[in-house]
Structures are given as C-alpha cells and as structure tokens.
Write a protein of this length. Sequence first.
Length: 444
Amino acid sequence: MEQLSLFDQQEAYRPLASRMRPERLEDFVGQEHLIGKGKILRNLIEQDQIPSMIFWGPPGVGKTTLAGIIAGRTHARFINFSAVTSGIKEIREVMAQAEESRCMGIKTVVFVDEIHRFNKAQQDAFLPYVEKGSIILIGATTENPSFEINGALLSRCRVFVLQALSTEDVAGLLKRTLKSQQGFGYLNIDITDDMVETIARFAGGDARTALNVLEMAVTNGEIGPEKTTITPEVLRQCIGRKSLLYDKKGEEHYNLISALHKSMRNSDPDAAVYWLARMLEAGEDPLYVARRLIRFASEDVGMADSQALPLAVAAYQACHFLGMPECNVHLSHTVIYLSMADKSNSAYKAYEKAKTDAQSMLAEPVPLIIRNGVTDLMEKLHYGEGYVYAHDTEEKVAVMECLPESLAGTEYYRPGVQGAEKETAERLRKVKEWKREHGWGRKG
C-alpha cells in the first residue's frame, strides 16, 4: 500500500463526512430541483446575486454544504455563525462590522446554522440589517420556517426546500467515497454493492449518516495485508437493528403503513398499535405517521366523528414539539381513538364524485343568483339577482339552486348512519324535504 504523506495522514484523521464535503456545485449530490442546470438557485449562485434566504430540509441533505459553496464563489465577506453558541452580543458585533463593510461597498454574507434555535430577540437583531442590505442572511433549519422563524424576518427571505436524498444518490456518494483520495481511495476496501445499498437505505436520505456508518464499518473491518474487508456481521453491528425491519426496495415501508391504515379502518386497535410500534421502532419518522393519521381522520372517520381530525392534528403538533421517543404515546393515543371511532367515508366519496364532474365540466358557469354583483355593470347583468341571505330566514335556508344548471339536483354528499353523522343525515333530509315543498327543483 502506498505510504501516506504527513498531510494525508492528518486528513485521514478528519471525520469522513468533513473530508467528503464538496466545494463545487458540480460535486454536490441531490437537490436537482434547485441547483440543476438552469434552476433558480444555481443561477443565483453562479451570478453572485444571492438574496437573503432560508434552507429548509432534513439533516444531512446539504444545507451547510451549499452555504460553503456559496462562500467559495461569492465576492462578499462570508461569516459563519452558529445559533447554538452565539448570543445577541455576538450578533450585534458582527452586524456592526457588516455595516462598516457596506459603507465601503463590500457585501457581507452571514450563514446561520440551526437558525431555529435563535429566540425571537436574537432573530430580531438581524432584521434591520437585512432590511438595509447590510447583510445577506442565509439560515439553515430542519424545522418548518413558518413556525420557527419570525414572520418579519421570514418575509424578507426566500425559502428553498431541500429534499431527502434518494437511496441512489446516497449509494453513489458512498461508491465515490470508496474511490476518492479524500475518502477511502488510499485503502483497498472489500465491500459488496448490496452492503453499500444497505447503508444507503439505512441512512434514510441523510448523507452524513451514511458516511458515518461507512466510516465505522471501515474502522471495524477485518484488516488484512492486502485489503480491509467489511463483513455482514460488522455491518450489522454498525447499523443496528433498524434497517433489518425494512426490505431492500422499501416495499415493507408501504406494507406497514397499509397494515396500520387497514387495521384502524377495521376497528382493530390491538393490530393498529402493533403496526404503529413496528414502524416507530424501525426508525420511521413520527411526523410521517402523524400525517397519515390526519388523512385517515377525514377519509375513514370523517363526518361520523368530526373530533377525529383535530385530535390527529394535535398529535402531529405533539410529535413536532417532542419528537421520539416521547411522542410515541401521542401516536398510540390517536391510533386507538381512530380505530374505535365510528367510521364514514362519505366526505371522501363526495369529493371523488365531485372531482370527476369538475374535471369534465370545468367551464360550467356560476349561477347568476349566487354571483357577487359588486359593480353597476354586474347588477345590470343580474349578478346576485334573487339571492336570499339564509340567515334572514326562519329556517336558515333558502330555495336556491347553487349548482350549475347542468348539474342541478346532483347529490355528491350521501351521509352514512354511523355516529354523529346520523344527525347530519337527518338534518340534510329535512332541508331537502323543505326545499322541495317550497318549489326547489321545479322547472318554469
């Protein structure tokens, strides 16, 4: 094996993820929707015309790396700032320097990693300098900026959403790492393509996690005179048990969420909680599960129990606030509630039927009676003529046809008879009966 120079030896001791961090857009992995040829962010970087912006995405997808690439290409002064270690004092000192630089015609780019960790006062300290153009702010966050970034600051920044890397992207990065001199190119590593793909799948779109696992596997590999061998046992120890619960192509991921959904639909809380546990213990994102529960609350419970939807939304918020493992009980609570709730898919079926008509009849005019006649011309054209304000009637309902003429009398919503929807069904029956008695649906 070729002997390493002193510099190479020092480089080898740096974490692999740090050594493999790309410095050029051409070497950046993923985010083609932002930095592919001709895409908006790439154009802004290449033209050195970057605005203040927020990079939002999960860990390990390249937020900090993109900031570093911008630092290498911009003609501005670049300052790297940490929301973990910096306070208002440090912010004001940097802002004062940036203001001096602006007066001399020098731009300052300030990169703030984990900007969501700054409190309101700390974020407010940036605002006047962003407004004046003293700094170009680049923030990186794993949290939803709508919730974690002050509205005034957020309104002055472009938000770019970075996506989790595909398994193929991560596998390609690992293979390049094995050949690169910045990675393990100086070693002869015996590792199969299946093992590389296993690491890529385990990483779940996080390049940093994938590189850390690879580094651990190489460090613990069997070292021989000619090569370092990564055995299946070494890899199992490095990745733990999580990836073993999901199959090679990710099919099991969809099988499990299907099992959870169908168990709840079948009012089987025991099975539903089991499948929930299978997903969470396998490392599934709790927010993904919570989003599926929100969908279920309206698709399968719906009008039979309208409290299901706010409960599911509350569970999502609890998962967002707490994360795993604390949020597992909130998901369990919601899964059991949804399993035992009365079921109705009437809202789902109503929309699907209406969607079919809407897609095939996109030009149907809004009936004149329910148009808004806000100008003299509109009134002359009979906009709103004959409209009855339902609140002014004793029954709180008026005899008007609100569908286009070609669809008059069509029923999209057909209530079920489970739970609270029984009352809705009875109310709807009475409304339609009253309308018919007072001339609704008659021609001429």
